[in-house]
Write a protein that binds this ligand. Structure first.
Ligand SMILES: [Zn+2]
Length: 378
């Protein structure tokens, strides 16, 4: 039977609204390897990276837009003014996103055109890798997309914990945004691989002294597969119009470096190595109870994030009652039914082919009250 009441979305909406504050960036002249170089000496801060192999590496961070950056676009700290002391700032690059899922939200000032490109980038990532970049429902760890009126496209490295920043300007393309999400997944720049000197020669004489630290090898990073000139994580060959990265193999077209069209096959391999496909888990059994005319939600009103695939639910309600089962999906502002099972008995079953997103089960006591079990498989 149907005819239940729709409720339970208000709390989540308020929670999302409370998270849409944005750090106060001050746009300034871009100082990127692919853009104009600032005439002034960049302000720097020392920091320490804990590398994927557990080793530590001292690095030089650049202060830009109130943030501390490594290389062109890796955010070491969202707010440089909050840092104290020198050489003590430590960034652990080893954290990976749980459940292969990167939830994101938008700061209120992000223009629609930029939002559309993020949505497209997220879709591209979901369809080509095991990583589920998806609008946040209520996850504790997530990416906040902020907007700058300058030229900065940047991201933190790996999962930081809590809210972390992905900073975008009008110039950031879908491919650039996929590059930044690559950093958020934990990818370094391809040309900082420990074995890079086997493949390229850095043209130090063409790189201003203040910027040479940004072409260091990240010795504790891990390079998977063969060196990839086509990686979306590779720098362009040129720094401020001068050749900075020269392939040792002269037959390689230097314009392959720095492509921002999409992930290469090696990029996909690296990403899926870090984020293996999740295997279906054995059935999860939820227990709960519902009173006549009321609903109960599993695994809770906030639901769960799902990368996509088959979802099944088998409900067993109290004998002699009429319990119904619904699968609901969160669309960013409200929950909607995507599958229903409304027989006039206490047993219901749903088998649904789900796209990625946030889901929850609703158990509705149409007639009668009591305890139920719900067995879910993902
Ligand atoms: Zn980058």
């Amino acid at each position: 039977m149907n005819s239940r009441l729709a409720f339970g979305t208000l709390g989540l909406t308020l929670l999302l609204a409370a998270c849409s504050n944005t750090p106060g960036e001050v746009p300034q002249a871009g100082t990127t390897p692919s853009g104009p170089v600032s005439a002034t000496k960049p302000e720097t801060r020392p920091a320490t990276l804990i590398m994927p192999d557990g080793s530590r590496q001292a690095v030089t961070g650049f202060v830009r837009d109130g943030m501390l950056l490594l290389e062109d676009d890796i955010i070491l700290a969202d707010n440089v003014n909050a840092l104290k002391g020198q050489g003590t700032y430590v960034v652990d690059t080893r954290y990976r996103w749980t459940n292969n899922t990167i939830p994101y939200t938008f700061a209120s000032n992000v223009p629609q055109a930029v939002r559309d490109r993020v949505t497209q980038a997220a879709s591209n990532i979901r369809t080509t890798t095991n990583v589920n970049v998806t609008p946040r429902s209520s996850q504790a760890n997530y990416v906040q997309v902020v907007y700058n009126t300058g030229t900065t496209c940047s991201s933190s490295l790996g999962m930081v914990g809590g809210q972390q920043t992905l900073n975008l300007a009008d110039r950031c393309s879908v491919g650039s945004i996929m590059h930044e999400f690559g950093h958020a997944m934990g990818l370094f720049h391809e040309q900082t691989r420990p074995d890079r000197d086997t493949y390229v020669e850095i043209q130090w004489q063409n790189i201003p002294a203040d910027w040479q630290s940004q072409y260091e090898i990240r010795s504790g990073s891990k390079g998977y597969g063969t060196y990839d000139f086509d990686s979306i994580m590779h720098y362009p060959a040129y720094f401020d119009g001068k050749l900075a990265i020269k392939p040792l193999d002269s037959s390689i077209d230097i314009n392959r470096m720095g492509q921002r069209n999409g992930y290469s096959s090696t990029d996909v391999g690296n990403i899926n190595f870090m984020y293996p496909a999740t295997t279906p888990t054995p059935g999860t059994t939820y227990t709960g109870s519902a009173s006549q005319g009321a609903s109960s939600y599993q695994p809770g009103t906030s639901g769960f994030s799902y990368a996509g695939g088959t979802l099944t639910g088998k409900l067993s309600g109290p004998s002699g009652t009429d319990f119904d089962l619904y699968l609901q999906k969160y669309n960013g502002s409200a929950w909607t039914d995507v599958a229903t099972s409304e027989s006039s008995t206490s047993s219901e079953s749903i088998n649904y082919t789900a796209t990625s997103g946030t889901y929850r089960w609703e158990v509705y006591a149409y007639a009668g009250s009591g305890s139920y079990t719900l067995v879910e498989t993902r």
